[in-house]
Design a protein around this ligand. Structure first.
Ligand SMILES: [Zn+2]
Length: 335
């Protein structure tokens, strides 16, 4: 048996499980792929969709019409459904109309494949009516229909949805595996691959996006520069920054993750552990800043930052939380 035709880096256990289920004809009608953002959930779901309708012996072959159209996102029997993010600065919601459209289409015979596959992304963004409608479909799935759900926040889903799916929890990839993939398949230099792999926290999709999207990279530089400036700003300036950031929910968690990476690196620098830095490109700056902050304060602040994503997932008021975070930053010593 060979898994080499699956276009997936890492997650070998998950690919192996799916491949064996596929061969035995024992895949469930609903699967939930869970794991941090940009870890590879959609890539795996798309590969599985291709494998489910591939016409070759070794599935997914990557070459047949079904595989090619699925990879291009245009196969008539494979549908990708996601929340609409077109409203600027607001995180879109997966709505009941979208689930109803899935139900209508699921009741029809496939156009050319033996089955229909629906990939529903970021299911945590479904509102309650949409989630309840989906539950109905999961309870009485039409024959020949496979539902592949993905979520970065499975704890925010209805337990009744989770209980009707087979759940695969995707885990972070080892740093070296991310770096190797960036070099071998995306043509990254070894220096760039090493930096991105350190920053990616095991999320290959995140690293690839930073490699290919200069805007995302500039966003990182800008947000980090702001994070370095904030401890030197007045209360009023900091509160204004918190207010502004709270208005762009999509930027919130990524920004807090960046802040945590900065202060973590600063603490490592203070402890003389430069080899463990994530932001290796900012090592000089981190070394300068390390002497200006008290390690005890930095450590306490990191604990606050690490608690923040959970609080946000539990629907804490983002602005209040940000205000607390900007006002309790470690103090710059004047020495
Ligand atoms: Zn194929």
């Amino acid at each position: 048996m060979s898994l080499s035709t699956w276009p997936i880096y890492g997650h070998h256990w998950a690919v192996d499980l799916l491949d064996r289920g596929l061969r035995a004809g024992r895949l469930p009608h609903a699967l939930l792929l869970a794991g941090p953002a940009q870890i590879g959930k959609r890539t795996l779901a798309t590969a599985l969709a291709a494998a489910l309708i591939c016409t070759a012996e070794q599935k997914p072959c990557g070459h047949c019409r079904a595989c090619r159209l699925t990879a291009q996102g245009v196969h008539p029997d494979v549908r990708l459904v996601a929340a609409d993010d077109s409203e600027r600065g607001r995180e879109g919601v997966l709505k009941i109309d979208q689930i109803r459209a899935v139900q209508r289409e699921a009741s029809l015979a496939p156009m050319e494949a033996p089955r229909k596959v629906f990939i529903l992304r970021e299911l945590e963004r479904a509102n309650l009516p949409a989630a309840n409608a989906l539950l109905k479909t999961l309870e009485e799935p039409p024959a020949q229909v496979v539902l592949l759900l993905t979520s970065a926040r499975p704890h925010a889903l209805l337990p009744t949805i989770i209980s009707r799916c087979q759940v695969l929890n995707l885990r972070s990839l080892p740093r070296q595996q991310v770096a190797d993939a960036l070099i071998a398949h995306w043509g990254a230099s070894s220096e760039r691959a090493d930096l991105l792999a350190r920053l990616a926290d095991g999320r290959l999709g995140w690293a690839v996006q930073r490699l290919t999207d200069s805007q995302a990279w500039e966003e990182r530089s800008r947000r980090l520069a702001e994070a370095r400036e904030l401890p030197r700003q007045s209360r009023l300036q900091r509160l204004a920054y918190a207010d502004e950031l709270s208005r762009s929910p999509a930027a919130l968690l990524p920004t807090l993750t960046l802040w945590a990476s900065w202060w973590r690196d600063l603490l490592l620098m203070q402890q003389g552990c430069a080899a463990w830095l994530r932001n290796v490109d900012l090592a000089d700056e981190l070394a300068r800043e390390a002497s200006r902050f008290d390690p005890g304060q930095v450590s306490a602040y990191l604990a606050r930052l690490h608690a923040a994503p959970t609080q946000i997932n539990q629907n804490a008021n983002a602005r209040l939380l940000l205000e607390t975070l900007v006002l309790h930053m470690p103090a710059v010593s004047s020495a």
